[in-house]
Write a protein that binds this ligand. Sequence first.
Ligand code: SAH
Ligand code: SF4
Length: 376
Amino acid sequence: MEADPADTESRRTLIGLGREALAAELTAFGLEPFRARQLWHWFYHRGATSFAAMTTLAKPVRERLAEAYVIRRPEVARDLRSDDGTRKWLLRMADGQEIETVHIPEEDRGALCVSSQVGCTLTCRFCHTGTQRLVRNLDAAEIVNQVLLARDALAEWPAPPDGRLLSNIVMMGMGEPLLNYEQVATALKIIMDGDGIAISKRRITLSTSGVVPVMKRCGEELGVNLAVSLHAVTDDVRDQLVPINRKYPLAELLAACRNYPGATNARRITFEYVMLRDVNDSPADARALVRLLKGIPAKINLIPFNPWPGAPYTCSTPEAIQTFGDIVNAAGYASPVRTPRGQDIMAACGQLKSASLRNRDAVARLLAEKDAALVA
Ligand code: SAH
Ligand code: SF4
């Protein structure tokens, strides 16, 4: 059998190394420190996909680099476009594992929904990603590469200062970003760097299901906007919907939100709340939510449940969502309903998953197995 070229590739990538790590790597390779700045510019400002294209470097330097290192975008296994303009890439990593990245265009901007893990070790009951068996962390290169690939596709090299199609990043794809904090942090620092991709931390939102011990660090070191997947107002219900609640219950989660560095009225924490019929969507739930969030600069994002094959829930009725939103709104919290985007290509919140598991019993069995591992 012929070997897959990826298996025999011995050249390493420089993408995903932070500024200092890149400088150290190049120094060890025998290049001067200013080369790191030049490469950074070509990688992250110009979007170069080969060393040969880096015309400000002398040819022998380019050749030496190309012998030792490689710039490789993930392989696009599928490229799907929704009727509403949303685009979803199924990306195949060097080891064959797959992840999804979604671009959600708006009128004068656009967000890229980036994955942090292959699958997710957590098992939120309403989330398709949680039903995926294979799980591993992405490394910083694989996270940054999602952004580079999207910029290639949107032809935004170098990116215009205004009106970018890729202006915002949401760490809301597959995986729990705070369970892969080091790699996510390295990647986000590269993405924010003003000499490169230059997406400001104010335009980056990280969503967590509530990994309480890492939240403070995330705020201090990265200063990105925080979104918290709340989804329930009592520990009983949240234990069921978001099983990590059994480890870090509501009181601890909300305390971490109160202490989140940088949360102010101008920079509110977003609380995500998936609307599940007859589970968490009553007027009493809405009133309890208001009480729970007292004193936290917050907005509440109501997310109509997006169905997937075998899912054990249905979406709340439009009337229930409206009533719920009105109660929260009357208490002074913005409570926009998140319009599902890209549903026709399974790109909406909670629909991402790179291999299908359609059978309801199989889903239930897998969730039970992963759940046992979480509590252990
Ligand atoms: N793991 C992180 C990041 C994923 S963000 C987190 O859970 O926060 C994706 C958002 O979509 C989360 O708020 C998640 O709870 C929500 N979600 C998951 N499944 C969903 C579904 N089927 N319908 C609507 N929202 C869903
Ligand atoms: Fe993981 Fe987030 Fe899905 Fe929960 S909602 S299973 S934390 S990706």
